[in-house]
Design a protein around this ligand. Structure first.
Ligand code: SF4
Length: 320
């Protein structure tokens, strides 16, 4: 069980040491663009997945290894970013409490779907940075893009986000994924008006740059530009940040167990072929390692927008 992975270069968080606190793939959503694949366990039930002390030990071991190989300044954040929804983990507050020992800011990337629950809201208040997914405030687009659990209500989630905003003192960012579908003008404006009311530090606009769970493509340029324009006018240009298409290649691989490292990263984060080649070359490891892992069925090769990516061969992907 590899819980801590990376650090990986994050377009929002800099150098982020990932914490995958959910087994694959428990999520309250089944987004059409999910890079982890199809949701196997669609649930809203919070539970005990891993022992918080095991999460702590996994992070500690990773931090020690990275510091001994790369020096102290290797992390900007410890980030809960799972191959599922991290707030389904009922032990998050305990885990944050333990991880405070490292004196590194702690972030979480959540789909927001459970934020209306008092316990989830209180858990999220403990983080230094919270990233909330708000793809659309239009109910039919929400259902089409995020394919939520049947028990969820968009109105309740949106109210939960506003209540959280009132109480939260850390850094709040939002993320809106735009895909290649028709967005009615009114739906774009309403989403922008809601984001303005939330008033996050930054509103990131994202597009599916890694292989998605369904056959979808990034939005046409004119759709994306229109959405950026409407968001900028309503929310303010300085807050609306379109994420660039490439996160960079500054992954940090520890050489102790290269296969385990690659599998831990690619279970959450498919990696481009050219990036993997670059990383292996830096560590004087031949590309045969990757070919062997594909042959053994540990990694799968995916194509997206003309580029090759590698991903851990996990159940959610095996369904296709
Ligand atoms: S993108 Fe996030 S919220 Fe959506 S299905 Fe994947 S893990 Fe769940």
């Amino acid at each position: 069980m590899t819980i801590a992975f990376g650090p990986v270069p994050s377009r929002r968080l800099g150098k982020s040491l990932g914490i995958n606190n959910i087994p694959c793939k428990f999520c309250s959503y089944d987004c059409i663009y999910c890079q982890v694949g199809k949701t196997i366990n669609k649930t809203t039930e919070r539970r005990n997945f891993y022992n918080p002390y095991d999460i702590f030990s996994s992070v500690k071991e990773k931090i020690n290894k990275i510091i001994s190989e790369n020096g102290k300044n290797s992390f900007d954040y410890l980030t809960f970013v799972a191959d599922g929804e991290p707030t389904l983990d009922i032990n998050i507050t305990k885990e944050v409490e333990l991880l405070r020992e490292f004196d590194i800011p702690i972030a979480i990337i959540s789909n927001s779907s459970l934020i209306w629950r008092e316990d989830v809201k209180n858990d999220l208040l403990n983080f230094d940075l919270v990233s909330l997914k708000i793809d659309s405030t239009d109910c039919s687009l929400w259902k089409r893009i995020n394919r939520p659990h049947e028990k969820l209500s968009l109105e309740t989630i949106l109210n939960g986000i506003l209540e959280f905003r009132d109480d939260y003192r850390g850094k709040l960012i939002t993320e809106t994924m735009i895909v290649d579908i028709q967005y009615p003008e009114e739906a774009i404006e309403k989403t922008a008006e809601f984001l303005k009311e939330v008033n996050p530090d930054k509103c990131y606009i994202n597009t599916p740059i890694r292989p998605p769970s369904e056959k979808i493509t990034p939005p046409k340029k004119e759709i994306l530009l229109k959405i950026i324009d409407v968001f900028s006018k309503i929310i303010g240009k300085e807050k609306v940040i379109p994420l660039r298409a490439f996160e960079g290649s500054e992954f940090i691989l520890s050489t102790t167990n290269i296969e385990e490292e690659i599998l831990a990263i690619t279970s959450v984060h498919p990696i481009r072929e050219k990036v993997i080649k670059e990383l292996l070359t830096k560590k004087n490891i031949t590309y045969e390692t990757i070919e062997k892992m594909v042959k053994e069925g540990k990694l799968i090769k995916l194509n997206h927008c003309g580029e090759t990516f590698y991903m851990k061969n996990i159940k959610s992907r095996k369904q296709f």
